[in-house]
Design a binder for this molecule. Structure first.
Ligand code: HPA
Length: 246
């Protein structure tokens, strides 16, 4: 059976229409996850919700205990994760409030605990990461977007920066030259850790703003919040179709 978790990011610390049944506090070998695991029913499906930045949105991207979050979900029986992520849009068609199902990742973050395979190993382990996002879960999300009448963009390269500051325009130019299409701060090591735990993982990226230097204006928190509200409404519709179909 597929047990799905949703990891909520900036602008999604709660799901509309979600009926909470119970909460679970889990302590893992890797420490404490960002929030309780919140179990409940979402459009008829039993799911688990985890707030990546904490329920009060107080944990910045570089301080998230990604290992604790992924292992807590694994221990709770989760085998597929839909991760919501706010991003800055770089590619011309990736403007504010758009929804993207990325297909590739470049990791510019540093100093994050990024693997479970570190100590007391029988042998060194290298996961295959050719497809960093589960092709099957990506397809299901894209199909759900289609059903819901939302034009989710199929594919694109998610560039993960360290944050918590936003980027300089020069950094965005470099990322663009590298092939990055959108920029966020939390995609890694989350995706790699899920793969290490053999969990299906896919991201729904919601564009909060044009990346630095891609518009004439400075990026404000107000702009980010307004766009996330718009994008989240579409994301909720996509999820509704995802669970009704799925
Ligand atoms: N850069 C990095 N992360 C982000 C951005 C951005 O412009 N917007 C939302 N998350």
């Amino acid at each position: 059976m597929t047990q799905i978790a949703i990891i909520g990011g900036t602008g999604l610390s709660w799901l509309p229409e979600f009926e909470e049944t119970h909460r679970e506090k889990r302590m893992t070998h890797w420490g404490e996850p960002s929030s309780d695991l919140i179990h409940g029913i979402f459009y008829g499906a039993e799911i688990v919700f985890l707030a990546r930045h904490g329920e009060k949105h107080t944990i910045p991207p570089h301080r998230i205990n990604y290992r604790a979050n992924i292992s807590a979900l694994k221990e709770a029986g989760v085998n597929a994760i839909v991760a919501a992520a706010a991003v800055g849009g770089i590619r011309a068609d990736m403007g504010p409030a758009k929804i993207i199902i990325p297909s590739q990742i470049i990791d510019y973050s540093h100093g994050r605990a990024g693997t479970f395979f570190e100590d007391n190993l029988d042998h060194v382990t290298h996961i295959d990461f050719t497809h960093p996002y589960s092709p099957n879960l990506r397809k299901r999300l894209l199909d759900a977007g289609f059903q819901a009448g939302i034009r989710a963009i199929d594919g694109g390269v998610y560039a993960c920066t360290q944050g918590p500051r936003l980027e300089t325009p020069a950094e965005i130019t470099r990322i663009e030259r590298d092939g990055g299409d959108m920029v966020g701060m939390t995609g890694m090591p989350e995706a790699a850790l899920a793969r290490e735990m053999s969990m299906d993982y896919a991201t729904c990226a919601i564009v909060a703003n044009w990346a630095a230097g891609k518009s004439n204006q400075e990026i404000t928190m107000t702009e980010i919040e307004v766009n996330m509200l718009k994008g989240m409404a579409d994301f909720a519709k996509l999820l509704e179709a995802f669970f009704k179909v799925g």
